[in-house]
Ligand binder design. Structure first.
Ligand SMILES: [Zn+2]
Length: 480
């Protein structure tokens, strides 16, 4: 590793941070100098030392994207199975009856993670928060990839169990949950001690409804005493919303407020079904104010949910209410730019207005929104002194032409096809669209067998004993 100074000369466009206005602005024909020490200079005619010059005439330099919610463990092998499935009695959600049946075995975990990391970085992500059950390669691979990583080992006391295709039940095992909690804390300490300086740990009670109130309180207290971030899936499905109403009469934010859990160090995963959401039919309108007033962040991952016919109402409305929202990719396809496009479209559909959210607001969510959720002002922005986490966007790509506004072209048309190089801490992790430090192609090959093994286990473990042809029928009938 060198700390060579790289200079993008005369970049056609730079998405730079305006400290005074506290927002991203465009700069044109600017030099951007950076090294492992961070961003050294943004402006005309950089005259300092330079070890590598990059011609910028057909480039946009933009801040690395911050993904505050993804899952490496199993999701890459769930692809193609359940996109047309859902449990009708659970509001069409596929999570409990279908997705929960697919598990990557230990042999496949590293391949799953490699594919996720590769897809994320090729779509301009430089920081990610990965929620998973720990496996041996998790931390070493995250470090090897070169990405900035927040690793969040999930723990819970209850497992989901489906009764037929109509009811979600919970199998509680408190002792096992507490063991997993202790293991998670140990893992988090190991992660934050990693010498790369790019890895941290996050305390992650998996779901609000699978942890007891006592465990939620205890875990959050422990995280706060250690100065760690916290993430919890909450208000992610109608089944969870109805379960919380049955148990406590509260929505997820109301319950977390009562437990003293809300706060600026907390990221709530998904946070869709709040009291104002049209599906929950509540009489109150307090949840957005609970989140905004406490400084709690939301990790918004539109693709997975929109695939099941549901969405947050709406990203623009959350932002106007003062809620800090970051973006995540949750499950596959781990394409942050496609996720951003869908976030914008869902916001406008749910908000019933083209004015619900604009492209600049969307970029803020995907950069500084995520950074704020992680408590950082040195990522998600291009400013002197910030980390050198950035992407070089190829403006000469046909999907980027003609260029009136490069961010709009990138988000509405080109997506990851226009991302040429990605740097984290001044080091290239994607160079000429190739993943630099991981065997991505090898991992893709491994996923084929891993998915077959996972499908065999799904058939074996399905409580209703359904074969794969019934669980995940092909989207078209097979010709005879
Ligand atoms: Zn999730």
């Amino acid at each position: 590793m060198t700390d060579a100074i790289k200079v993008v000369r005369k970049a056609a466009w730079v998405v730079a941070w305006d400290e005074e206005a506290s927002r991203h602005v465009y700069r044109q024909d600017a030099d951007v100098a950076f090294s492992t020490a961070g961003i050294l200079s943004i402006g005309p005619d950089y005259a300092g030392p330079a070890d590598e010059e990059i011609a910028g005439q057909s480039l946009m330099v933009m801040p690395g994207l911050v993904n505050v919610h993804c899952h490496s463990g199993d999701e890459p092998i769930a692809k193609g199975l359940f996109e047309d499935a859902g449990t009708a009695a659970l509001w069409g959600n596929a999570l409990y009856e279908y997705s929960a049946l697919i598990d990557a075995d230990q042999d496949a975990k590293a391949a799953c993670q490699t594919v996720m990391l590769g897809d994320l970085m090729r779509s301009g992500v430089t920081t990610h928060l990965d929620i998973a059950s720990p496996y041996p390669q998790w931390l070493p691979l995250a470090a090897e990839s070169g990405l900035r990583a927040y690793l969040a080992p999930g723990f819970r006391e209850a497992q989901w169990r489906m009764a037929g295709s109509h009811r979600l039940d919970f199998d509680w095992d408190e002792a096992r949950g507490r063991e997993r909690y202790a293991e998670a804390l140990a893992f988090v300490e190991e992660a934050r001690a990693h010498p790369s300086g790019r890895i941290d740990g996050v305390v992650a009670p998996s779901q609000i409804e699978t942890c007891s109130e006592e465990l939620l309180r205890m875990a959050v207290g422990e995280a706060r005493s250690r100065g760690l971030r916290i993430t919890i899936h909450a208000a992610q499905t109608m089944a969870e919303h109805e379960e919380l109403l049955r148990r406590t009469g509260e929505t997820a934010p109301a319950m977390l407020e009562r437990l003293g859990v809300l706060g600026p160090d907390l990221i709530l995963g998904h946070c869709i079904f709040l009291d104002h959401h049209s599906w929950t039919r509540q009489r109150s309108r307090d949840d957005l104010a609970r989140l905004a007033g406490s400084g709690t962040s939301v990790a918004h991952c539109p693709v997975t949910f929109a695939r099941s016919g549901m969405t947050l109402e709406s990203l623009g409305a959350y932002r106007r209410a003062g809620v800090n929202v970051g973006l995540g990719t949750d499950s596959y396809p781990f394409n942050m730019l496609e996720e951003m496009r869908e976030a914008l479209i869902c916001s406008r559909v749910a908000g019933r207005s083209v004015f619900d959210l604009d492209t600049g607001g969307l970029l803020s969510a995907a950069t500084t929104g995520g950074a704020r959720a992680l408590g950082r002002s040195d990522i998600g922005r291009l400013a002197v002194g910030a980390k050198a986490d950035l992407s070089l966007v190829d403006l000469s790509h046909p999907a980027m032409q003609p260029v009136h506004d490069p961010l709009r072209n990138l988000i509405h048309c080109a997506a990851e096809r226009a991302i040429r190089d990605v740097y984290v801490d001044g080091h290239a992790v994607v160079k000429d669209r190739r993943i630099v430090r991981l065997d991505y192609d090898g991992a893709v090959r491994e996923l084929r067998d891993a998915q077959k093994r996972a499908c065999r286990r799904a058939e074996r473990d399905d409580p209703q004993g359904r074969p794969l042809a019934v669980l995940a029928p092909p989207s078209l009938p097979l010709a005879r």
